[in-house]
Design a protein around this ligand. Structure first.
Ligand SMILES: O=C([O-])CC(=O)C(=O)O
Ligand SMILES: [Mg+2]
Length: 539
């Protein structure tokens, strides 16, 4: 047993990294002076998991389950991750989307245990001291947010901390990153949400977000100090507002080990789902045309990676970009709007006529797939889905906005309106759908399939940085792992219950990319997959 603190006796129960509760063996009880401090019988780890599973079953509301899991996380990490690893598909919607959306909205009202770092303007110039205070000796992965664009529910201020916590839980559960080496961080730079500013229990800085140089100075200081203390750390940017997200990625991507999950992680998982859709359609990606509802981080990240994928199949970049069109709050993104467009949209501004109606845009562009990423719920209406069915034998319908309340359409709507023909994926989970005697099992086009494994591969190989090619490699590897049986039931992704072996393979493919491209900071092992698997933390 590794012990992070030197305590014996009852104090042992207060160390979440080493506490095992009633699973402490007779020998451990003796050594640690616990005899008589625990019920007599020793439980096996499996019995502990089943006990906890039973307790959680008593709670109906996912948010209540989340609170119980939170307590467990704070008191017995080993059991927490045992449970998440054993019941990944069951608890992922609790620690992650959709429940994590509600968890964030209530964060200041349900807060009990501090976890990670809360860095605000009061620390400007002294961020080093905060970093030094972090309880972790080593850190492999940081997930950081400034809370400006949490899922599809907008500015959550400091309450956005639920996201880095949830994402890092998946790093451990899905890809075996040692929980002692993960660090969630929220940069508390204020919030523009009136409701929070007026809420006496709100736990963040009570002022509007600043847009001035002090914002960027704080982000830069945080990154520099984190890397000073942990030079090999991977920094994952999560749920920043559009402007900052694109800018930070452009400025840092080639300089440090980092990625933006909403731009690049989402792109990787979506392109993977498109490869699976091609297997069902028996067509090539080069024959497809995609229309995005939305033109932010996810849309542009996905569209760029689709272009990379098309280029990898021999197309010119100029031609490849034409296979994606964007529709934003002002309508179709066209050349005639060039002057007013944000930089990230410009490559996808094509020579179309002005169009402000999404159904009209579908009629004009004749896409083979529509990809919803605008956090505008119910926008894939019956009319939209019918139009896609008219144009395509097997229309690709991706309703990716999170959480569930923001989905562009439900799985049931997609299958019913398209008469079972839709190739559907959603950002948040939907239950299987029965349609005319057939059961469809939709799966999540959610970056959770890839970000933990991308991080695993990058950390394992000590990659210097993460080129876009790594995200394409991850997409292709994930698609390879989808079985014919998955496709038969309409699943474009593997089951989440198989996520660990899937992560090993994606992690190894990402690491291989680092070794092949001279990015790695260590020697390539002989059997990469085996070595990656051995590197993973197991509860
Ligand atoms: O967290 C998720 O479920 C996916 C994601 O990154 C987002 O929606 O921002
Ligand atoms: Mg996100």
């Amino acid at each position: 047993m590794t012990q992070c603190c030197k305590h014996t006796g009852a104090a042992v129960f207060h160390c979440p990294l080493t506490n095992k509760g009633v699973a402490f063996t007779e020998k451990e009880r003796e050594e640690l002076g616990l005899s008589g401090l625990l019920p007599t019988a020793v439980s096996t780890n499996d019995q502990q998991v089943e006990r906890m599973h039973e307790i959680l079953d008593r709670f109906e509301k996912p948010i209540d389950k989340a609170l119980v899991l939170d307590s467990l996380h704070a008191t017995d990490e080993d059991l927490y991750f045992r449970l998440l690893t054993r019941y990944t598909a069951e608890y992922m919607p609790v620690v992650y989307t959709p429940t994590v959306g509600e968890y964030c909205q209530r964060f200041s009202h349900i807060f009990r245990y501090p976890r990670g770092l809360f860095i605000s303007y009061q620390h400007a110039g002294h961020v080093r001291d905060v970093i030094e205070r972090a309880p972790n000796k080593e850190v492999d992965v940081i997930v950081v947010t400034d809370g400006e664009r949490i899922l599809g529910i907008g500015d959550q201020g400091i309450n956005g901390m639920g996201i880095p916590i949830g994402k890092l839980a998946l790093y451990t559960a899905c890809a075996g990153i040692d929980p002692a080496k993960t660090l969630p961080v929220v940069l508390d730079v204020g919030t523009n949400r009136e409701e929070y500013l007026n809420d006496p229990l709100y736990l963040g800085l009570r002022k509007p977000r600043s847009r001035g140089p002090e914002y960027r100075a704080l982000v830069d200081e945080f990154i520099a100090e984190a890397r000073r203390r942990w030079p090999n750390v991977l920094i994952q940017f999560e749920d920043f507002g559009n402007q900052n997200a694109f800018k930070l990625l452009a400025d840092y991507q080639e300089k440090i080990l980092c990625f933006n999950d909403d731009i690049q992680g989402t792109a990787s998982v979506v392109v993977s789902g498109l490869y699976s859709a091609m297997r069902i359609k028996k067509e090539k990606l080069t024959d497809q045309m995609f229309l995005f509802f939305g033109a932010g981080e996810a849309a542009c990240g996905i569209a760029n990676l689709i272009a990379d994928a098309l280029v990898s199949e021999g197309m010119t970049r100029e031609e490849a970009l034409k296979h994606c069109a964007l529709f934003d709050s002002k309508g179709l993104v066209t050349k005639s709007r060039m002057d007013e467009l944000a930089a990230h949209k410009k490559p996808f501004a094509h020579d179309y006529a002005k169009c402000t109606d999404f159904v009209e845009a579908i009629k004009m562009i004749k896409p083979t797939g529509i990809i919803g990423v605008a956090a505008q719920p119910r926008t894939f209406t019956t009319e939209v889905l019918e139009e896609m069915s008219k144009l395509n034998e097997r229309p690709i319908i991706f309703a990716l906005s999170n959480p569930t309340s923001r989905a562009e359409c439900t799985a049931e709507e997609a299958y019913r309106v398209t008469k079972g023909k839709a190739l559907y994926a959603s950002g948040s989970p939907f239950a299987p759908v029965e349609y005319e005697g057939k059961t469809f099992v939709p799966r999540q086009g959610n970056n959770s399939y890839v970000f933990p494994a991308l991080g695993l591969g990058a950390v394992f190989s000590r990659s210097k940085w993460m080129p876009d090619g790594m995200f394409l490699v991850a997409a292709k590897k994930l698609a390879e792992l989808v079985t014919d049986a998955d496709l038969e039931q309409g699943s474009l992704y593997p089951s989440l219950d198989d996520i660990r072996p899937v992560s090993v393979k994606i992690g190894a493919a990402v690491a291989a990319y680092a070794y092949d491209n001279g990015l790695a900071g260590n020697e390539r092992p002989q059997d990469l997959e085996k070595a990656v698997e051995a590197f993973m933390y197991r509860p």
